[in-house]
Design a protein around this ligand. Structure first.
Ligand SMILES: NC(=O)c1ccc[n+]([C@@H]2O[C@H](COP(=O)([O-])OP(=O)(O)OC[C@H]3O[C@@H](n4cnc5c(N)ncnc54)[C@H](O)[C@@H]3O)[C@@H](O)[C@H]2O)c1
Length: 275
């Protein structure tokens, strides 16, 4: 059963980074699941942005074919000029900006001992510099639109060390939680709320290589108390909650959506069993 809230986002405009994978005929990312539901629940328009231009253009076209107002714009989140241009185009096209969802990210594939310094820097830069530039770029327009909501996609890894690969990833995700608190404090006078989501293992283009490998997939599902991979729709539900008026008293907060992984390391199949 899927829960829908008619007209929850009437007249609102959302901008999402790292959201090219929004084509319903292909595997969607967090951004994809979010934009479709946002528009079905009354959203006026979405601006999909990414560095994968062909994928993003195709997604935006599918949204328009379905009768929605959507554009795709190229945005490398580490580029300040591109941020400026994307926000200007958003206001030119749609007259306002209410919601920013920071999704863009990459994973560093090697240990601290082996990782190339450039890859480390890039991983850190996309998460931390990217959300700083984005937050600053949208703040005035959002304030002029009467306030808004910024949602930063971190990870359950934000509060854990990494035993092998992904240490720049975890480090930068931890930084996102802290930056969220500073921006919540500094943007509240503009009526802007800022919150973080910490997803667990979710099947999207980002994790497809793990999901498709039976050994890697089992390793993860075995550690999830809810015994399945997350779906992008699970996380979209959290993003849209934070974007909506239902979260009007939340700012500087973290929403953990990980199927229970972070609740603890002991997960008996049946706690009453003596096995
Ligand atoms: N899928 C998961 O299990 C999971 C769990 C926790 C956190 N996350 C985080 O959520 C985010 C969303 O990933 P997703 O699962 O929707 O997968 P996704 O692969 O659809 O989205 C990530 C997008 O970021 C884009 N990107 C990479 N570098 C960029 C840059 N410099 N500028 C702009 N865009 C850039 C990629 O092109 C890609 O489209 C990522 O940041 C990821 O770290 C994912």
């Amino acid at each position: 059963m899927s829960l829908r809230f008619a007209n929850r986002f009437d007249g609102k405009v959302a901008l999402l980074t790292g959201s090219a994978a929004a084509n319903k005929d292909e595997l969607m990312g967090f951004g994809g699941a979010t934009v479709w539901r946002f528009l079905e629940e009354g959203g006026k328009a979405v601006v999909i942005t990414d560095v994968q231009d062909e994928v993003g253009e195709k997604s935006a076209q599918q949204l328009r074919d379905a009768g929605h107002d959507a554009i795709y714009l190229h945005l490398d989140v580490t580029d300040e000029d591109e941020w400026k241009s994307v926000v200007e185009k958003t206001i030119d096209h749609f007259g306002r900006l209410d919601i920013l969802v920071n999704i863009a990210g990459i994973l560093d594939p090697k240990s601290i001992l082996d990782i190339e310094t450039e890859v480390w820097r890039k991983t850190m830069e996309i998460s931390t510099v990217g959300i700083f530039l984005g937050t600053r770029a949208v703040a005035d327009s959002m304030g002029e639109s009467g306030g808004g909501s910024i949602i930063n996609l971190a990870s359950m890894a934000a509060k854990q060390g990494s035993g092998s690969y992904g240490s720049a990833y975890s480090f930068s995700r931890g930084g996102m939680l802290n930056f969220t608190m500073s921006s919540a404090l500094q943007l509240s006078h503009l009526g802007i709320r800022v919150n973080t989501i910490m997803p667990g293992w979710v099947h999207t283009p980002f994790t497809d290589y793990l999901y498709s490998d039976p050994e890697q997939s089992k390793y993860r599902v075995d550690r999830v108390p809810l015994k399945r991979w997350g779906k992008p729709e699970d996380i979209a539900a959290g993003i849209l909650f934070l974007a909506s008026e239902d979260a009007s008293y939340m700012t500087g907060a973290e929403l953990l959506m990980d199927g229970g992984v972070s609740a603890g390391s002991v997960r008996p199949a049946n706690p009453r069993s003596k096995d």
